[in-house]
Design a protein around this ligand. Structure first.
Ligand SMILES: [Zn+2]
Length: 342
């Protein structure tokens, strides 16, 4: 597919002020001093460039014009989030232990839960949920959930009220265990929820302000919204420019900063409770491979232990250490924004 090297050298990309003006920021309205950038489609290596605007005021990167044929960039046979997960069946005794462990993670005293929790690392999903005021009966929604992999895990963890929504699945899915996935977008979703999550779906939405206002209507007072997104006020974005893996043109329509998210949250009636960075080694490994012109679909085999080695074990460990350090400093390239209705 690729020929081993980038066709155009974009390293050191600082953006250009294109002929005329790149236009006004669709988040904050600023029209002065905005820059244009031209990242390429790199997931499949289609070698097509797209214009993005970088707002000089709020820092948000945004695609200049949403392609009319956006669906073309989400091929159903290749795009990972649509693949239906395998149904896992676990014995009742194991499920009971898992439920006790969940109650323990959610703050309910339980000796069995504490003991079982010690046998494994706390799954990341409980990091997200502990910021909400959650019980196993809380109403939880996952927006842009693909086929609902995370909701199925939560079901096995003992959560009882789980709904997913994704406008791009083929049809509604009822797993028959209480988990339902609806083929619809946030604006068509009905009902009220205690915890609504968007895991790397918000950056794909063409109208983020509208989406946040719709979320505001779906979450109860005292409830929590988690928006997990790539963030462009990050070291990896500065270091790699248009080869930054999370740019993902043209699928990522908006790449926010803390400032642009504050603005959106405020306008929609939310306070930001916390911003927790959760970037990984991938911000370096995949961006380095983009610099070399390797499309994302080929990156899996470059992981340590898989096929050809792009990075030594030592380099990979260094990427992981640097990611952890950046997350501590708030400069990793992805973050969890926890919002609460005002
Ligand atoms: Zn702006």
């Amino acid at each position: 597919m690729h020929d081993g090297g980038p066709k155009v050298d974009f390293s050191g990309d600082r953006g250009v002020t294109s002929s005329g003006s790149p236009g006004a920021c669709r988040i904050c309205g600023n029209a002065s001093g905005n820059l244009a950038h031209f990242p390429r489609e790199m997931m499949f290596g289609w070698d097509e460039a797209f214009e993005y605007l970088e707002c000089r005021s709020c820092g948000c990167l945004q695609i200049a014009r949403i392609p009319d044929d956006l669906e073309k960039y989400y091929p159903r046979d290749a795009y990972y989030s649509y693949q239906r997960p395998k149904e896992k069946r676990q014995p009742d005794w194991l499920l009971r232990l898992r439920h006790a462990r969940s109650r323990h993670y959610l703050g309910e005293a339980s000796t069995i839960g504490a003991l079982f929790g010690r046998l494994s690392r706390r799954p990341e999903r409980f990091e997200w949920l502990r910021r909400g005021r959650i019980t196993l009966d809380s109403r939880i929604a996952d927006i842009g959930c693909g086929s609902g992999r995370l909701l199925l895990k939560l079901q096995r963890d003992g959560f009882r009220s789980l709904v997913g929504a994704d406008p791009f699945i083929e049809a509604d899915i009822d797993y028959g265990n209480g988990v339902r996935i609806l083929k619809r977008g946030i604006e068509e979703l009905e009902g009220e929820f205690d915890f609504v999550m968007l895991h790397h779906s918000f950056e794909h939405m063409p109208e983020p302000a509208r989406a946040l206002r719709a979320l505001r209507r779906r979450v109860v007072p005292g409830g929590t919204v988690l928006v997990r997104i790539p963030v462009s006020d990050s070291l990896a974005r500065r270091k790699y420019g248009v080869n930054w893996v999370q740019w993902d043109a043209p699928r990522h329509l908006y790449l926010h900063t803390a400032k642009s998210m504050r603005r959106l949250a405020d306008d929609a009636g939310f306070d930001i409770l916390e911003i927790a960075h959760d970037s990984s080694a991938q911000q370096f490994a995949s961006s380095e491979l983009y610099v070399r012109g390797v499309p994302y679909v080929e990156h899996g085999r470059y992981k340590p232990g898989n096929g050809p080695r792009a990075f030594s074990r030592g380099q990979w460990d260094a990427f992981e250490r640097e990611a952890a350090e950046l997350n501590r400093r708030g400069e990793g390239d992805s973050a969890c924004f926890y919002l609460r209705p005002r």
